[in-house]
Ligand binder design. Structure first.
Ligand SMILES: [Zn+2]
Length: 879
């Protein structure tokens, strides 16, 4: 066990490795309890490192079996071997080989890091520091090696054996009872990209011909019997490969590309070279078991992991501080892919919703950190919304700032210059500075300064001079360890519209050809000339920067934007802003403004009448009221989640009542005959129909009940069936709810991924009895604390998506989650730490809840032998 207090690692203390390992040969004999690993490392002193120092290899819970240098066994005096390191006291000052034998227990590995077994399948997860749980190594991303991996197993235990790279040899042993394979990966890679898989798996596959005419064998491996459910993932992979060739000029570089779905997985998926390993949730889909949202996630994550082949694998990170270099960039790439494959405005709205819910919340709490952190105690805790989602926004801003052509040249230069290296954010930015001829040093602050900037904009019209002035002011609130902040470079896409919503062709020298103004100072102003009448400004179009905008527009100005703005994002935003204002005011002052609610409902009704049928996916987004987390964030202090929940329901009921006739008509008009198809257009129709069902139920639960039951029973796909069940569970309630929940449980008894939805839905019911319900569900035979998907569904949903019950005034929700975290910490610290981040908002609660949360957190902190993962999060949360 790593029981010692973890050291803080600092970016400024980076040193190149003293040794390099250009080649490694692995010989792994799989067995459930006693897997033998023989590693032969070709080592050499690194000219960039220090000479004459001991060689220190990383380990984690390892036991050394044997060690030999250049073929000769080493005397015990020459080395020191412990569970977490192997030290060679006087390594040769010339190239040498070190043969190390270790033995590991895949079945007993509940942390799901390193080599473990999931439902009888051997698999690995090595990012960030899992390879050191397999063998002693320089387990750091800047040590790149060519891997040759021999894997041997009993054929009955593991008929399929997969590794990184290309398959170069297969053979039989013991009369066919055992077999082995040899995989060779010619591309030098860091150890976190190592992978192997062994098990009884079924394959579907196809051949992909690259732009230059090379054939690549694609395979998706799943539990036998589930092949049909992998076809969408395979299709998404082919589309991703084609897209990366077309848009980024990137071709795949091996003869084989395999994806394997496993049931027990800490993360979403992992981009191991040529052998991506996925949480099965992001591979398996059929109309009967997956929702439209699931199909969308599968497409995005398949693309994301594939795109890592260039941004992450060919060009990797020098150290873990540079994590955003691969993650932020690759999220940006997968978002662009999904936007090209689906509706760009609807995708953008979804991205911003997620960013505000997760990343803005992170920025506002004790765990706030820069896109590139400068220190960490446990790197596993930095796979965050800030590194991923805000990291992607920074790339998007870079593109907006220098324009699409310079951005494309910069990417080409990056691929050319940094190929086969472990790079830094500075290396990356240098390519764009060179390609655009721009100084990006001020822009780079986005990587090192934490917190969400606030952007205040006011407009002033001068009728005499026929000018319109916009004043901008930015500030960033203090975050842990960063009390003072400097202004950042904010690209603001904007335009003016007149009272009828038509674009105003006013002159403004400081806008670029794409309508972008760059705010680089704490404050600045823009003046438009030749403005014949007071305009309405449309600011931060497309959400061109990840900031919190306050704009002094009246509700009637916002209604003009909602109705007419040429920027679809700002149309959506205008409706959201009206609703947010109303809900914040009602939560804080207790006065619910009926007139404002009525005006918004009327505008939504007019919008639906004009455009609901034409673009249902967009309409579903416009109809959605901002979430409770978002309202809480706007309020910022002394938050009472019960009040927010009540006023939000009241607004929803008001909108539902006003829109009911139109929603009922739309439900009929949008009915899609024929078999289910997951395409974006059909999904959009279902999204609006189901949003309509929800509103009808909120407005009149009694009247909606038969509709809900009818849709549940008649649905031929999971999207519609689950939408009906959700309305029954969250809105209409009563005996019907229990009947439908029981029916669903029975219908999908053998479908763990579907039962995850059932667990999650019940965990999100905003009622007193939910905690008791969850306690009972923990005893369901389909539930297991050993499976991360189950834990996230039942306990994670409660902690992260049921604000009224998690933040229950009596502290019961806090105590429940704290108990779950300490229990889980003993077996899977990584998932436990993630669960604990739900406490991130505790300081913004009203005093009673704040005290209850502190008590629960102190209770965790005081427990003996916490994992570094949980110890780090609880420490920072309480700081
Ligand atoms: Zn990634």
């Amino acid at each position: 066990m790593r029981t010692d207090t973890p050291q803080t690692v600092r970016l400024e203390e980076y040193r190149p490795s003293d040794f390099l390992i250009p080649r490694i040969a692995l010989d792994i004999v799989l067995a459930p309890r006693e897997t033998r690993v023989r590693a032969t490392l070709s080592l050499e002193p690194n000219p960039a490192g220090r000479a004459g120092v001991p060689l220190v290899l990383d380990g984690d819970e390892l036991a050394l079996v044997s060690i030999a240098l250049d073929g000769a066994p080493l005397p015990e005096s020459a080395y020191e071997a412990g569970p977490d390191r192997l030290i060679l006291r006087e390594p040769p000052a010339r190239p040498f080989t070190l043969a190390i034998e270790t033995q590991v227990d895949p079945t007993g590995n509940t942390k799901l890091m390193g080599l473990y077994r999931s439902q009888g399948v051997y698999c690995t997860q090595c990012e960030a520091e899992g390879f050191r749980r397999i063998t002693y190594f320089l387990d750091r991303p800047d040590v790149l090696s060519v891997y040759e991996t021999r894997i041997e197993a009993a054929r009955a235990d593991a008929p399929v054996l997969l590794g990184n790279g290309n398959l170069v040899e297969t053979g039989e042993l013991a009369g066919g009872e055992r077999h082995y394979v040899v995989w060779h990966d010619p591309h030098p890679k860091p150890s976190y990209l190592f992978a192997l898989v062994g098990g009884a798996l079924a394959r579907i596959g196809s051949t992909f011909t690259t732009a230059s005419g090379r054939a690549v064998a694609l395979g998706v491996y799943v539990e036998p019997g589930k092949e049909e459910r992998a076809t969408y993932a395979l299709d998404a992979l082919e589309r991703s490969m084609r897209w990366d060739e077309r848009v980024f000029g990137r071709e795949y570089d091996l003869d084989v590309f395999n994806i394997v779905a496993v049931s027990d997985f800490n993360m979403g998926a992992m981009e191991n070279k040529g052998l991506n390993i996925f949480n099965d949730k992001y591979v398996l889909a059929s109309p009967e078991t997956a929702t439209d949202a699931d199909y969308g996630h599968i497409e995005a994550i398949i693309a994301h992991e594939y795109f890592h082949n260039w941004t992450g694998n060919r060009i990797t990170c020098r150290d873990w501080f540079q994590l955003c270099l691969k993650e932020g960039l690759t999220v940006f790439r997968d978002q662009e892919f999904s936007s090209d494959e689906r509706s760009r405005p609807v995708q953008r709205i979804g991205q911003v919703r997620a960013l505000r819910a997760r990343q803005f919340t992170e920025d506002a709490g004790p765990l706030a950190h820069p896109v590139r952190p400068s220190a960490y105690r446990e790197i596993n805790n930095f796979y965050t919304a800030t590194v991923y989602e805000k990291g992607a926004e920074v790339i998007r801003m870079l593109k907006t700032l220098i324009g699409p052509d310079a951005f494309a040249r910069g990417m080409d230069l990056f691929f050319e210059r940094c190929d086969n290296t472990a790079a830094t954010v500075e290396d990356f930015l240098a390519c764009f500075a060179e390609a655009s001829g721009r100084d990006l040093s001020a822009f780079a602050l986005w990587y090192s300064q934490a917190g969400t900037p606030r952007l205040a904009v006011t407009g002033l019209y001068d009728s005499q001079a026929q000018t319109y002035r916009l004043d901008f002011a930015q500030s960033t609130p203090a975050t842990p360890g960063q009390p003072t902040k400097a202004p950042v470079v904010v690209p603001i896409r904007l335009g003016l519209v007149d009272a009828d919503g038509a674009p105003v062709a006013a002159r403004c020298e400081r806008l670029d050809a794409h309508g972008v103004f760059v705010l680089a100072e704490a404050s600045d102003s823009l003046v438009f000339e030749n403005v014949p009448a007071p305009p309405v400004p449309s600011v931060l179009r497309g959400f061109s920067a990840p900031v919190r905008l306050s704009l002094d527009l009246s509700d009637s100005d916002l209604l003009v934007l909602l109705r007419h703005d040429e920027d679809p994002f700002n149309r959506w935003q205008a409706g959201q802003t009206i609703a947010t204002r109303l809900l914040v005011r009602a939560s804080v002052s207790g006065t619910f403004c009926e007139e404002a609610a009525e005006a918004l409902a009327g505008a939504l009704d007019a919008f639906l009448a004009a455009e609901g049928e034409a673009d249902p996916a967009f309409a579903a987004q416009v109809l959605a009221v901002p979430g409770e987390t978002e309202i809480a964030q706007e309020i910022g202090e002394n938050v009472d989640p019960d009040v927010i929940h009540r006023v939000r329901d009241r607004l929803r009921a008001r909108i539902g009542a006003r829109l009911a006739p139109r929603l009922a008509a739309l439900r009929e008009a949008l009915e899609t005959p024929g078999p289910y198809s997951p395409d974006a257009r059909s999904a959009g129709r279902r999204a609006l129909r189901n949003a309509a069902l929800d509103y009808l139920a909120v407005a009149d639960p009694e009247a909606a009940r038969p509709l809900v039951v009818a849709q549940y029973e008649a649905a031929d796909n999971m999207t519609d069936r689950f939408a009906a069940l959700s309305v029954a569970a969250l809105v209409t309630g009563g005996d019907e709810r229990e009947r439908l929940l029981a029916s669903f449980r029975q219908r999908y008894a053998g479908e763990p991924l579907v039962l995850d939805k059932w667990f999650a839905l019940q965990a999100s019911i905003p009622e007193d009895g939910t905690l008791a319900r969850i306690e009972a569900l923990r005893g369901d035979e389909a539930f297991s604390m050993a499976n991360p998907n189950r834990v996230r569904s039942l306990i994670g949903t409660f902690a992260l998506a049921n604000p009224t019950r998690f933040h229950a005034a009596d502290g019961a929700g806090y105590r429940f989650v704290a108990d779950a975290v300490t229990t889980l910490d003993r077996t899977n610290p990584q998932v436990a730490a993630r669960l604990l981040t739900a406490f991130n908002t505790w300081r913004s609660m009203e005093p009673g809840r704040r005290n209850a949360a502190r008590e629960a957190l102190v209770g965790i902190a005081e427990r003996p032998s916490l994992s570094p993962d949980v110890g780090d999060i609880v420490g920072r949360t309480l700081e």
